[in-house]
Design a protein around this ligand. Structure first.
Ligand SMILES: NC(=O)c1ccc[n+]([C@@H]2O[C@H](COP(=O)([O-])OP(=O)(O)OC[C@H]3O[C@@H](n4cnc5c(N)ncnc54)[C@H](OP(=O)(O)O)[C@@H]3O)[C@@H](O)[C@H]2O)c1
Length: 321
């Protein structure tokens, strides 16, 4: 698959254009600061009485209401939580100028038709593959974060040029832009979040910690073994791949991994992972996310409380003190 890099991209589609970034959270803050440092004419659109207004102004950025930010903008980037993007779009649609570009950093709202954009709009995706904090720090170090890009609507014939210029301006093209689609990006991202890195890995770490502690191992030692080594393996896999990681560890660790790993992640686990993918593809997950927001996030609130009370968290705090 071809990676498009900075030197392949013409920045001029954004020259003299006004970009409105809606939201100043994880991605909104990082993308706004990167765009600003790339010399883009930028306004941050925030809801009334937004707690983020002082932070955005304090970073030297222009701030306006959502409606005012969108009015006259050539590019509008939708960087509020996915579950409210449908209602946000309905609010701003009357203010979008004809032929404007509407950008996303995740495919959910478009793929699951929570937004049906006006036909005169260009609709593009630039989805950085990592958190906003890292997107910003990489940019500040002169580096970039890999991103996926895609086009959903090309009303003006310029959608691709705008998407690539946008990916360049937030620094992602320094690492590379990879073509995808809204559906592919959305499904792969939600699957990973539910069944792999963000969903399954923390559960495995906690289960491993609990089993060692139940077996009489000191909680700090169980923490160092089961949680503390995650960064080391992540760095090894990133720099050397899975095969290189295996070669870099001792024969003892490698044999343990070869004998134990496939027994834990067995066919039963793979079946459960496919169930998560089905849930994503059917739209059941997207519906659950919207329902969760409509009920003011009861599941997320209680999960956060439970996570703070876990024994593994107490072990981490004890090691830090
Ligand atoms: N988190 C990541 O690192 C990451 C990575 C890749 C892609 N993405 C994608 O980037 C997009 C933004 O995600 P995020 O994590 O950056 O979101 P986030 O941090 O949760 O967004 C918070 C921002 O959204 C605003 N907001 C919340 N509800 C709003 C409403 N009803 N109307 C208007 N503004 C509202 C907040 O306003 P206030 O400031 O007024 O509270 C705040 O500025 C999503 O599509 C996500 O999937 C995120």
């Amino acid at each position: 698959m071809d990676l498009i890099r900075e030197h392949d991209i013409d920045p001029s589609p954004l020259a003299g254009k006004r970009v409105a970034v809606l939201g100043f959270g994880n991605q909104g803050r990082a993308q706004s600061l990167n765009l600003n440092d790339s010399g883009i004419d930028l306004v941050v659109g925030l809801r009334d009485n937004s707690p983020s207004e002082n932070a955005a102004r304090g970073s030297g950025l222009e701030v306006a209401s959502l409606e005012d930010a969108v009015t006259g903008a050539d590019v509008v980037m939708m960087l509020a939580p996915d579950e409210i993007l449908g209602s946000l779009y309905r609010k701003i649609e009357p203010h979008l100028r004809e032929g404007a570009a509407l950008g996303f950093s995740h495919g959910l709202a478009i793929h699951f038709k929570q937004i049906q954009p006006r036909p005169d709009l260009d609709v593009y995706l630039v989805a950085p593959k990592g958190p906003g904090t890292a997107l910003r720090s990489l940019y500040s170090e002169g580096k970039g974060m890999l991103a996926l890009w895609a086009i959903d609507q090309d009303a003006t014939g310029n959608a691709k040029d705008i998407a690539l210029a946008y990916g360049r301006a937030i620094g992602c093209a320094r690492a590379g832009l990879m073509q995808s689609s809204f559906g592919e990006e959305c499904e792969a991202d939600l699957f990973n979040e539910g069944a792999v890195v963000w969903g399954a890995v923390p559960e495995i770490l906690v289960a491993g910690f609990d089993i060692l502690v139940e077996a009489g191992v000191a909680s700090e030692i169980a923490y160092m073994e089961c949680v503390g080594e995650l960064k080391l393996i992540a760095e090894l896999i990133e720099t050397r791949g899975i095969a290189g990681m295996r070669e870099a560890i001792s024969n003892t660790a490698e044999l343990g991994a070869v004998l134990g790993g496939p027994r834990v992640v067995d066919d039963h686990v793979r079946k459960r992972m496919r169930e998560v993918l089905d849930e994503v593809r059917s739209g059941r997950f997207a519906k659950a996310l919207r329902d969760e927001a409509a009920r003011d996030y009861p599941l997320l609130r209680s999960a956060r409380m439970r996570a703070r009370a876990l024994a593994v968290e107490q072990a981490r705090l004890s090691l830090e003190s």
